[in-house]
Ligand binder design. Structure first.
Ligand code: CP
Length: 326
């Protein structure tokens, strides 16, 4: 493991070089193979890890928890209402207290600045489990899934279809550019990514052989794609926008027709989950029309969404082992 990763926080992909990202992916693949083979190396033996959550989570919380236990660490879940964080105590003070007791801190929440402040004051590695701006551990799982399917990531094309301004889209744009991949953001004009981020990503892509296309045209965006990627149409905290998003993003629903319009028979479907793909959830029932992907695609042979979900475990483990492991 490169010395450059040791002691680092993992807050956003912009902070990491292409080689460091590739190294985390290689470590994740190695840790995954070892877990499948029943090999336990306990690379976080005796460590105590704080899992700080302002927002709910299934995959991220479970991945951090199981990864800790697999590697011999103790995970401690600290929910928003369990501690003084942000109410009676500042983020900086909480960071300094947690840093005296824990060896690493995971944070999931709203403002990205919160995780930056935690990292500035904690004195131990801090890992971003999702903020309003970035979802970097999700990206590692996404591209590990593509690597398992297609091999070398450089030159692969990923088309993200949906809200082009959210944390998943932001992370895909930056991460794909770093790895020399071709990223398409396929969104209505009103949901295109921020200009400054697009400019920064284009500069990265120019140095790696990757590319970025932002388009409102589904046909243009998905042509030749190796993976089509969807996320929910309204992120956590945007519940009041659901009706508007159903109207705006309806034409961007992933359909079997869209999957076949890539022109490639091997195109896979990815989704960070949770997904609205049928009417079986409480939110789906309350909001008819909220459905970013047809059930036939989600459950179909091109879907890799549960491989991708499993890879959250192996990639999150790699982030912790790479930055904190023995
Ligand atoms: N993809 C993802 O972050 O899932 P959770 O919200 O369940 O953690």
């Amino acid at each position: 493991m490169a010395a450059t990763l040791k002691g680092r926080s993992f807050l956003k992909l912009l902070d990491f070089t292409p080689d460091e990202i590739r190294e985390l992916l290689a470590l994740a693949a190695d840790l995954k193979a070892k877990k499948k083979a029943g090999v336990r190396e306990r690379k976080l033996d005796g460590r105590n890890i704080a899992l700080l959550f302002e927002k709910p989570s299934t995959r991220t919380r479970c991945a951090f928890t199981v990864a800790c236990i697999d590697e011999g660490a103790h995970p401690e879940y600290l929910g928003k209402s369990d501690i003084q964080f942000g109410k009676k105590e500042t983020v900086a003070d909480t960071a300094r207290v947690l840093g005296r007791m824990f060896d690493g801190i995971e944070f999931r929440g709203f403002a990205h600045q919160t995780v930056e402040t935690l990292a500035e004051y904690a004195g131990v590695p801090v890992w971003n489990g999702l903020t309003d701006d970035w979802h970097p551990t999700q990206f590692l799982a996404d591209v590990l899934t593509m690597r398992e399917e297609f091999g070398d990531l450089a030159g692969q094309t990923l088309a993200y279809v949906g809200d082009g301004r959210n944390n998943v889209a932001n992370s895909l744009m930056v991460g794909c550019a770093k790895l020399g991949m071709h990223c398409r953001i396929v969104s209505p004009d009103t949901l295109h990514p921020e200009h400054d981020l697009v400019a920064a990503v284009e500069e990265i892509a120019a140095s790696t052989g990757g590319s970025l296309v932002v388009t409102s045209s589904v046909d243009e965006g998905v042509a030749g794609a190796d993976a089509i990627y969807a996320d929910v149409w309204a992120s956590m905290g945007e519940e009041d926008l659901i009706a508007d998003r159903i109207r705006t993003l309806g034409p961007y629903k992933i359909t079997e027709k869209m999957m076949s319009s890539t022109g490639k028979s091997g195109t896979i479907f990815l989704h960070c989950l949770p997904a609205f793909h049928n009417l079986d959830t409480e939110v789906s029932k309350q909001n008819p029309g909220i459905q970013e992907v047809e059930d036939e695609v989600f459950e179909g042979p091109q879907s890799r969404v549960f491989d991708q979900a499993e890879n959250r475990l192996h990639t999150i483990k790699a982030v912790m082992v790479g930055t904190l492991g023995n």
